[in-house]
Ligand binder design. Structure first.
Ligand SMILES: [Zn+2]
Length: 223
């Protein structure tokens, strides 16, 4: 994708229509959703099987649908995919479906967007098993600084939204492996950047160039 206009913001993970002349938005599709025929400029997509979608007997159907969607040229990442101990099918099904997606991502050379609620052991196990060539980005992280530091040490990237932008977490992760997102908050990505600036002390220009560079590295893009 060649971005149109001068890009200031990257919304790494959103469920609403984003994009526009000054922002790139990565809109999430769940397996079964199709890439819309028409979407705003500077929109990219991620597509994945969310653990909440799994009932235990719909695995094959969702996997087939995901393969179709993932082949679309605007789908640049696989996910959100991952582990949720509080919702969705039982752990073993989640693990199997996650590995399926991790292998697709590896074959296609795409990064992954990770959804993880309390399933950190499974996520680490999967990372050791798959040894991905492209980054896995934990989105919507809201854990402790200690957890963030240990995951960062294992090579995970992070995408933070308004609620995840705590001093504790920001002191524990690599700022060169960091992205920002609105997810389902309904906030604008510009507001999330303002919160990031307030929490780090970066000025607007520094914050924008940092996140833009991170995204470019992640995607192998020139922006
Ligand atoms: Zn989401």
């Amino acid at each position: 994708m060649k971005p149109r206009g001068e890009i200031r913001y990257i919304d790494f993970h959103t469920h609403s229509q984003g994009g526009g002349s000054d922002a790139i938005a990565v809109r999430n599709l769940m397996a079964g959703d199709e890439v819309p025929g028409d979407f705003p400029a500077n929109t990219l997509f991620s597509a994945g099987i969310h653990p909440w979608q799994l009932t235990g007997d719909n695995t094959e159907e969702l996997q087939t649908e995901l393969l179709l969607t993932a082949a679309h040229p605007h789908v640049v990442m696989i996910g959100e995919a991952g582990f949720d101990r509080l919702r969705g099918a039982q752990g073993e099904v989640q693990y199997r479906v996650f590995l399926f997606q991790a292998h697709i991502a590896a074959e296609m050379g795409k990064p992954m967007v990770i959804h993880c609620v309390k399933g950190w052991d499974e996520l680490r196990r999967a990372l050791r098993e798959v040894k991905p060539g492209r980054p896995w980005v934990i989105h919507g992280f809201r854990g402790s600084g200690r957890l963030a530091a240990s995951l960062a040490g294992e090579g995970f990237w992070f995408s933070l939204g308004a609620k995840g932008l705590t001093t504790e977490v920001l002191q524990s992760v690599h700022h060169e492996k960091l992205l920002l997102e609105t997810d389902e908050s309904g906030q604008s990505i510009a507001e999330v950047y303002r919160l990031f600036e307030a929490a780090t002390g970066y000025d607007g220009q520094k914050a924008e160039s940092l996140i833009r560079n991170n995204f470019r590295l992640l995607m192998n893009y020139s922006l």
